[in-house]
Design a protein around this ligand. Sequence first.
Ligand SMILES: NC(=O)c1ccc[n+]([C@@H]2O[C@H](COP(=O)([O-])OP(=O)(O)OC[C@H]3O[C@@H](n4cnc5c(N)ncnc54)[C@H](O)[C@@H]3O)[C@@H](O)[C@H]2O)c1
Length: 358
Amino acid sequence: MKESYRPEWPSKTDYAIGICGAGGIVNDAHLPAYRKAGFRVDCIYDVDRSRAEETAARFEIPRVCDSLESLAEAVDIVDVAVPAWENGRVVEVLTEAGVGLLLQKPLAEDWQTALSTVERIRSAGLTAAVNQQMRWEPGVRSCRHLLSQGVLGALYDVAFQIYVDTPWHLWGWLSQKETIEVLYHSIHYLDAIRYLTGCEPHSIYCSGSRRPGYAAKGETRTCTHLTFPDDLRATVLCNHHVEWGRSGQQSEFRIDATDGMAVRQLGLLLNYPSGEPDALRYITRADGQWREATFEETWFPDAFVGPMTSLMRAMNGEILKPETDVEDNLHTLRLVFAAYESMQTGNAIDLRHPSWQI
Ligand SMILES: NC(=O)c1ccc[n+]([C@@H]2O[C@H](COP(=O)([O-])OP(=O)(O)OC[C@H]3O[C@@H](n4cnc5c(N)ncnc54)[C@H](O)[C@@H]3O)[C@@H](O)[C@H]2O)c1
């Protein structure tokens, strides 16, 4: 179990990385993770040069670039972490440069833009991935390992139960968005569900709302249910307004299978931003005892190494495509945008319908 959750290490990692966007997530997660991994970050660019300069000073990045073009010319990989509505414009420049590409989630804010952005990347022949780093969250990775070893039997249920107090006000622009929770938060869980189950759902139902009186356009509470072939089901239940302290909060996912189960506490979201330790407990029929696993690494920032290692492995020719390749990501975004259609219509969406085929 111990080693099975770590990313597979690329044979070559000394690619020159350029960072596009010097915001919160780059400072809090990308760069701390890359520093731990020993990756080589050569330059940084932000439309707000002072932000790029501050980040460069903090992480000893040798060069601050004046434009995205000059950043792309100087590196092998561009790691993009800008607001999603900027991704199309950024991709336009980067496809000309022919670099390896890692884009923050969400890749796009609507389905048509997602399709055209991926088409553009595909025609340019770039190796490109999306930063769906929850797949490298140690508990998610370990659960997948237990499932693929066969010790849990057949998986029939995955459930995320997230009752937390999310400070949405920290991202002021979010309150103006018509689509909030699924596009910016549950997207992690939907991607993780695809990874854990290893298959695509047949249908999705989603109900979204807010806490009464909460001033945001989009949804901040959601219940999403996915049906798969046979008995497999998955549910994501999120309420981001649990303001009464830790006792009322819960942040975990569970997998239930015919020969065992596992429960993972995601400490990051509890008592935010202080957080709490993670925890993973599991049982298999053959063993008959509850076991606990602990990991040195956690979701933020350690899992952020995962998408970059996977991109590098693809660039090295060790794997055909990055694990979270942009085309794979369309399958996650399809769930996100089908969830919004479900919210609007009040109906479950049949994902086998030709309009949802990729
Ligand atoms: N994977 C995750 O878990 C995770 C977590 C948080 C944020 N994100 C995503 O990361 C992205 C950035 O989030 P953040 O919280 O760091 O935002 P932020 O607002 O703190 O930072 C964004 C930065 O991008 C810069 N920027 C904007 N347009 C640009 C452009 N065209 N070229 C270069 N720089 C540009 C801004 O000046 C700013 O410094 C968002 O898409 C967000 O959804 C992902």
